[in-house]
Design a protein around this ligand. Structure first.
Ligand code: FE2
Length: 250
């Protein structure tokens, strides 16, 4: 079975479309989406259309998706700091572009999923079993990586959130972060996703990096007067976290 793992599109449908084209060539049997569909990029509705066209087995809710469940209208949000103010501006922009049905769909995805493929069991999260926003870096200690699963007998853990693609083996199981399609922060500004081939108990992981037209998505963001466009432009060009207040919430 060939599984495509997609995550963190963040409203960048130019990147997502480039990934969708690559997926047609790779022809996976199934898709999963690990959350953060919208926010920060200019094209949330186009990302929803693309995701729906792929008909994923499951979509997992990310911390940015959760805003749509928490606030029916961004004006209800009383921000406590500059970072929350920025996220409220982003939510306002997104809510102008998404129907209430679309917002409800994104805001009510499950926060975890267990998947069986071949003879293996996989656990899927946005960030971790404990929270939608916990940061577990690629260089975390093995015991920290072990906290990314609930069941001892799980052989494969899939998560997103940190926007850094990696594959590691820890305590006898494989930990895969597929990276971010729309907003990588790992220094490689190509869209990132993972293809996983499972045969019996064998697992082969390919991290795919797909170049796309960054100028185009920046142009769309400017044409649509997206808030905080300068931070977005620097982030997509450099594949760096530019949103300040660093490591607390990607
Ligand atoms: Fe994210």
């Amino acid at each position: 079975m060939r599984l495509a793992v997609l995550s963190d599109t963040h409203g960048n449908a130019v990147a997502f479309e480039a990934v969708a084209q690559d997926l047609r060539r790779q022809s996976p049997d199934a898709f999963v989406f690990l959350g953060d569909l919208a926010m920060r990029g200019p094209q949330p509705a186009e990302c929803i259309d693309l995701l729906r066209s792929l008909d994923p087995l499951v979509s997992i809710k990310g911390n940015h998706d959760h805003y749509f469940a928490r606030y029916r209208d961004a004006s209800e949000w009383v921000p406590k700091n500059a970072k929350e103010e920025m996220n409220r501006r982003q939510l306002q922009y997104n809510q102008r572009l998404l129907s209430s049905e679309e917002q409800h769909w994104v805001g009510h995805w499950p926060t975890e999923h267990v998947l069986h493929a071949g003879n293996i069991q996989a656990e899927l999260y946005h960030a971790s079993p404990a929270s939608l926003a916990k940061i577990t870096w690629p260089w975390a200690a093995n015991d920290e990586l072990d906290a990314l699963r609930k069941d001892e007998s799980t052989q494969l853990v899939l998560y997103g959130h940190i926007h850094h693609a990696f594959v590691r083996s820890a305590n006898g199981r494989l930990i895969v972060n597929s990276g971010s399609i729309g907003l990588p922060f790992d220094g490689d500004n190509r869209a990132s996703y993972a293809l996983i081939d499972v045969t019996g108990r064998d697992i082969a992981v390919h991290i795919r990096r797909i170049a796309y037209d960054i100028d185009q998505v920046v142009r769309i963001a400017k044409d649509r007067n997206m808030p905080d466009v300068d931070l977005f432009e620097e982030a997509v060009r450099k594949a760096a976290f530019t949103y300040g207040l660093a490591t607390k919430a990607v």
